[in-house]
Each structure stands twice: as structure tokens, then as C-alpha cells.
Design a protein around this ligand. Structure first.
Ligand code: HEC
Length: 89
């Protein structure tokens, strides 16, 4: 019975995480499409480009925040971090 509760709690956490992740990208999708180049590169291309690069997340968050080489983002640090993490998955 106890293990059942653990499984349910884990499932609930996973579901909540998914909703947040989708939300995280809502300010980005007007310029970034999942599959195709739009104003900015496709999310799948960004993901492929930085795959396995563990410094990419911090570098990209800084780039978005400062608006250097990217249209300056109005999102908070936490939101940018979540959005970049979602893109790099
Ligand atoms: C106003 C349009 C616009 C919005 C909104 C936007 N982007 Fe971009 N993004 C671009 C453009 C244009 C580029 C290509 C810039 C370049 O590399 O010259 C880009 C490139 C990127 C890259 C690749 C950078 C690199 O160094 O390869 C990432 C990652 C990225 N955007 C993340 C985001 C995230 C996360 C958000 C939402 C918080 C976002 N973008 C919102 C236009 C936008």
C-alpha cells in the first residue's frame, strides 16, 4: 500500500513538471517552433547543437537575459532557466 502511494506521488510530480515546462516556453514559441526555423532556430536544432554541452544552459540563460546575440527576454531568471532546460532536453 505504501509503495502505491509513492508511485502516485511520483506520477503527480511528473505531471506538474510537464505543465510547467510547457508554460516555460510560451514566451519563446512566437519566435521558436519545435521543428521548423521561424524567427529563431527550431528548438530541435538548438537541442542538437548543444547536446552534451553542460555549460550551454548557463551560457544561453545569460545570453537571453543580457540580450547579447538574442532579442532581450523579459522573463525572470527562473523562467529563462526553465525555458532553456526545456529546449535543451
Ligand atoms: C523576438 C523573437 C524571439 C523570442 C521571443 C525568443 N527568441 Fe530565441 N532566438 C531568436 C533569434 C532571432 C535567434 C537567433 C539568434 C542568433 O543566434 O543569431 C534565437 C536563438 C535562440 C537560441 C540559440 C542561441 C545560440 O547561441 O545558438 C536559443 C537557445 C534561444 N533562442 C532560446 C530562446 C528562449 C528560451 C526563449 C524564450 C524565453 C526565446 N529564445 C525567445 C528570436 C527569439
Amino acid at each position: 500500500m505504501k509503495s502505491m502511494l509513492v508511485v502516485m506521488a511520483a506520477a503527480a510530480m511528473f505531471a506538474a513538471g510537464t505543465v510547467q515546462a510547457d508554460d516555460a516556453l510560451k514566451g519563446c514559441v512566437k519566435c521558436h517552433d519545435a521543428e521548423k526555423k521561424k524567427v529563431g532556430p527550431a528548438i530541435k536544432d538548438v537541442s542538437a547543437k548543444y547536446k552534451g554541452n553542460k555549460d550551454a544552459e548557463a551560457m544561453l540563460v545569460a545570453k537571453l537575459k543580457d540580450g547579447k546575440g538574442h532579442p532581450k527576454a523579459k522573463e525572470s531568471d527562473a523562467e529563462l532557466k526553465a525555458a532553456v532546460q526545456q529546449m535543451l532536453k
